[in-house]
Design a protein around this ligand. Sequence first.
Ligand code: GRF
Length: 222
Amino acid sequence: MSPADCAVVVLISGHGSNLQALIDAATPPVRIAAVIANRAEAYGLERARQAGIATQVIDHREHADRESFDAALAAAIDAQGADLVVLAGFMRILTPTFVRRYQGRLLNIHPSLLPLYKGLHTHQRALDAGDAWHGCSVHFVTEELDGGPVVLQSRVPVQAEDTAESLATRVHAAEHLLYPVAVRLFAEGRLRLGTLGAELDGEALPPTGATLPSLTAAASLS
Ligand code: GRF
């Protein structure tokens, strides 16, 4: 990674609305070098093509096990000279070997205020718990699923009439604001994974990462 250029490879499985947000926000030093999907029908591939970004499909069903799929994925990522690997709705569990290879340059976005609600169905779980706030988190990926150090969070108020769908829509809007900020901070060399956790501008971040009040306000309006 040079100060002027950070090659980002985005991994997707589906709709790719976070990918679109990253594409729309990608100005130097952020450069989206390629988008890789594990499903040929992932709509995000079309978004990448429309933006003139290289695409590749690596279908997990054509690999005998996770190790061989992840090895093919790593080869494709490395062929792009990736400085940063961004998971954007990538619905495969990655092997420890893969995660270790990209340690400190592998980010994920998760639709909850981590450490709450790792895994699936986060919006319904927040509603069932009667939470006043829900949201999304960007974190460095480690071997623990959705358990790596949090970088940034955006909080979204839960409204009395919310369903899982309405809440998901507002959290998604917050994700689209949050993820490009995290990618830019990394590309600018301001965000890194230190020995004790995520660091921003050389300072350790708290366990719930940094929150961006302006993002919270914008998300709650949508
Ligand atoms: C997002 O909700 C993200 O938090 C989760 O997967 C979803 C991807 O949505 N990891 P999209 O494909 O970016 O629209």
